[in-house]
Design a protein around this ligand. Structure first.
Ligand SMILES: Nc1ncnc2c1ncn2[C@@H]1O[C@H](COP(=O)(O)OP(=O)(O)OP(=O)(O)O)[C@@H](O)[C@H]1O
Length: 357
């Protein structure tokens, strides 16, 4: 949970706020800086923007760097997190004043779950976004995930470099390494997704009858009737011809089905939004149960396109999730109309400053 948050030069924003322990609502006109507060928290947790894949777009136009610091509390332990990102690409991250060697250390202390107006792309967008979703879930619940992921990425890079050079010399060794690292990575993804699946079904049912009965299917990235090594051997010829590895965990995906049909093809926009919200709630629940830290939910303009019944259901599920929530809305009354069961702390955002109401 974030207690104290200080932001300098994130987009149009300079602010210092004390967040409430349950739900926080940032309201204000379009362009006032509400999303920028969420961007600042995301930057601190993940090192980059949640809308763009880098940090640069969140640094103020007229600044050469931005800085976000926060006091993060878990149980009775307070930790001080800080990140400074510069336009020249340099990054300084600290926990309790000590420089950290990997941004993953910040993510461990401050897990975030983003639910924004583009959430549907988790279902109908590119597989890369879904892989990131899978891996963020596994990262928080399986401590050996990050070394396994890095080992696989390194093996894949090395193998692809050889394939691009058009040589198969040394390929067998890299193929074995890709297969061994890839198989381990996939086992971790598979275990986490089994746990996620049960939570997803429950969240979907709680959100709407329309999306009850959905299923989440994990695709490992190769034909699972054979092991990864055999799959790599089978695709050797096309890998060699095209200069890259066609099969493996880098091709993993999840498919959402409703009554056996692809959700992205048959569900309405609002239903897809609810389904994607159920996925994110499932992820948050999994992290809360299996990691050492409780996630913070960053909810940006999520209720747009949802009718009042479903808006209330989303709010109820966020209350039930029990984590800290930071909401944005244009209208001060939009969220309180649907929110009940936990305290809502209000902030007015105006021209890049945030005022507690
Ligand atoms: N790098 C940047 N430096 C300074 N200002 C920026 C930068 N990028 C965007 N802005 C501006 O920051 C302002 C705040 O944007 P933000 O997305 O936080 O607004 P918002 O309150 O969430 O708006 P909306 O309700 O329309 O979603 C906008 O006016 C935007 O044009």
């Amino acid at each position: 949970m974030i207690k104290q948050l200080a932001i300098e030069g994130v987009r149009n924003l300079d602010a210092s706020v004390s967040l409430g322990s349950s739900a926080n609502l940032l309201y204000g006109r379009n362009g006032s800086g509400k999303t920028s507060v969420l961007e600042a928290i995301h930057l601190l947790a993940v090192g980059r923007s949640f809308r763009a894949n880098s940090a640069k777009p969140v640094i103020g136009f007229d600044r050469d760097h931005c800085l976000v610091t926060a006091t993060v509390t878990e149980g009775n332990r307070n930790q001080q997190l800080g990140i400074q990102r510069s336009k020249d690409g340099s990054v300084i991250a600290r926990i309790n004043g000590e420089a950290v060697t990997s941004l993953a250390m910040l993510a461990e202390v401050l897990p975030v779950v983003v639910m924004d107006s583009g959430i549907v792309s988790l279902i109908d967008g590119q597989p890369e976004g879904r892989r990131r979703f899978i891996d963020a879930s596994v990262f928080h619940v399986e401590q050996s995930f990050l070394p396994a992921w890095r080992r696989f990425q390194r093996a894949l890079r090395q193998r692809n470099a050889g394939l691009r050079r058009g040589t198969l010399e040394g390929d067998e060794a890299w193929r074995r390494e890709v297969a061994s690292a890839g198989q381990k990575l996939t086992e971790m993804r598979s275990v986490a997704l089994d746990a996620l699946q049960a939570r997803f079904v429950a969240s979907a049912e709680a959100l709407s009858d329309d999306i009850a009965g959905m299923a989440l299917v994990f695709r490992a990235g190769w034909d699972k009737t054979v092991g990864l090594l055999e799959a790599l051997e089978r695709s050797l010829e096309s890998d060699r011809l095209q200069g890259f590895t066609h099969v493996g965990p880098h091709r993993a995906d999840i498919k959402l089905l409703i009554d056996g049909r692809p959700a992205a093809e048959v569900m309405s926009r609002g239903q897809l939004k609810l389904a994607a919200t159920a996925l994110k709630l499932a992820q948050g629940g999994l992290i809360a149960q299996q990691s050492r830290s409780t996630p913070v939910y960053l909810v940006d303009d999520l209720l747009a396109e949802l009718d009042s019944g479903h808006s209330r259901a989303v709010c109820d599920q966020l209350v039930a999730a029990g984590g800290q929530v930071v909401f944005t809305a244009v209208d001060r009354d939009e969220v309180p109309a649907f929110w009940s069961g936990s305290e809502l702390t209000l902030f007015h955002v105006e021209q890049g400053s945030v005022v507690s109401v």
